[in-house]
Design a binder for this molecule. Sequence first.
Ligand SMILES: Cc1cc2nc3c(=O)[nH]c(=O)nc-3n(C[C@H](O)[C@H](O)[C@H](O)COP(=O)(O)O)c2cc1C
Ligand SMILES: *[C@@H]1O[C@H](CO)[C@@H](O)[C@H](O)[C@H]1NC(C)=O
Ligand SMILES: *[C@@H]1O[C@H](CO)[C@@H](O)[C@H](O)[C@H]1NC(C)=O
Ligand SMILES: *[C@@H]1O[C@H](CO)[C@@H](O)[C@H](O)[C@H]1NC(C)=O
Ligand SMILES: *[C@@H]1O[C@H](CO)[C@@H](O)[C@H](O)[C@H]1NC(C)=O
Ligand SMILES: *[C@@H]1O[C@H](CO)[C@@H](O)[C@H](O)[C@H]1NC(C)=O
Length: 386
Amino acid sequence: MRVSILVFASVALAARPFLNEPDTGIDEALGSTPDGTLPDLDSLVGLPDFEWAARRGMNTSAYTYYRNGAAGEWSYRNNLEVFQRFRLRPRVMVDITKIESTLPTTILGHNFSAPFFISPCARGGYAHPDGELNLVKGAGAGNILYMPALYASKSIEDIYMARVSNASTPQVLFQQVYLTENDTETQQLFARIEKAGSKAIIMTVDSAADGNRHRARRYGVGSADSSYSYLTWDLYHKLSNMTKLPIIPKGIQTLDDARLAVENGVKAFMISNHGGRQLDTTPSSLEVALEIYNEDPEIFKQVEVYADGGVRYGADVLKLLALGVKAVGVGRPFMFSNVYGVDGVKRVIEMLKHEVAIDAANLGVGDLKKIGPEYVNWKSVNGWFS
Ligand SMILES: Cc1cc2nc3c(=O)[nH]c(=O)nc-3n(C[C@H](O)[C@H](O)[C@H](O)COP(=O)(O)O)c2cc1C
Ligand SMILES: *[C@@H]1O[C@H](CO)[C@@H](O)[C@H](O)[C@H]1NC(C)=O
Ligand SMILES: *[C@@H]1O[C@H](CO)[C@@H](O)[C@H](O)[C@H]1NC(C)=O
Ligand SMILES: *[C@@H]1O[C@H](CO)[C@@H](O)[C@H](O)[C@H]1NC(C)=O
Ligand SMILES: *[C@@H]1O[C@H](CO)[C@@H](O)[C@H](O)[C@H]1NC(C)=O
Ligand SMILES: *[C@@H]1O[C@H](CO)[C@@H](O)[C@H](O)[C@H]1NC(C)=O
């Protein structure tokens, strides 16, 4: 009996444990923070720290809604872990001193200060009474793209009213939608979105059915989009006729669908597995982007490709950009940061901009626009992917 326990223990130790928040000493540094209070915003040093803080600022059911993934959460964990399976190939003796000036980019022709954005996440009110208003204001202050979710805690009108607007250029937002089968309702929703001032419609296509969310079900905080949805390319064309805004499918997970998106005339699409919240064992965006890059790299030039899921560090952003992804979405860290209100949202933007810049510099990338696949060893280690 003792022997078998020891054998089991050694096997368990040999496996690398999954770490939702890798140990960088936050417990030692901030562990004495009293329950129900938040550590000083200035004491947080990276995006994962906001989840640690949010567990103190949110009740268990609200925290669980943000945190949960589908079923056994293999996709959720893989989204986080995939980035460390591909090693960087840093180049040295390169002039990187101007890297910060190369962060600004365009997304569908709109100017932003960085190639990352806030992905659409429902129920911002779980972290802060002002909910999405903090996200829109933070994104405006940091001049990055925000995609408000349809199932927000604030109305579309209130969110767009809170935009930070320079005299000539109002802050750009792309509105996420879920649709019913009632065309009249859809037409009314599109009219409302256009009137509010959105510049694009993000159509979530990875949620044809309710997500199988075990963790969330324990607290009754499952998905609000729980019906079977009619989502086809025929519908896409019909919808495109109902609005002047570009409709961007979010949730492409295969090369096949990436090709179909291009064939069906999208201006952009987003690779996503919904943060691992819909269908467990779906691939991470990095794996899908790699499949597209290997089989049909022209796709990244034909349309704009965005990607999200598990992005927590500057180097994660760089790996997606290296394959040709135009901009990278971040979901949970922004939602958790909202326990600090708009200052938390701004802080995440500053942190990630800084990490993208210093990681690119240490990678030997002097101009972010010139990053390419040669900066990553795409032969996966740890045997997960070949
Ligand atoms: C709390 C929460 C709510 C979400 N709600 C939506 C939604 O309403 N529509 C949607 O398309 N995606 C939704 N997502 C998925 C995000 O847009 C995004 O794909 C995902 O969060 C990215 O992964 P990350 O959280 O690891 O960054 C949600 C994600 C979270 C965490
Ligand atoms: C975007 O930036 C470019 C270059 O700085 C500028 O010429 C252009 O007018 C800007 N576009 C908008 C819509 O502000
Ligand atoms: C948890 O917090 C949310 C958001 O503030 C609130 O709506 C909900 O009622 C709370 N739930 C419990 C069980 O306290
Ligand atoms: C507004 O203008 C200021 C100064 O030109 C600029 O720094 C900021 O990024 C702009 N904000 C938006 C949302 O365009
Ligand atoms: C569709 O939505 C409109 C507007 O809300 C409503 O008047 C109509 O009854 C709905 N049609 C059906 C078939 O439910
Ligand atoms: C879209 O509108 C155009 C022009 O009115 C029409 O020719 C086309 O058939 C419409 N497509 C769909 C799918 O409704």
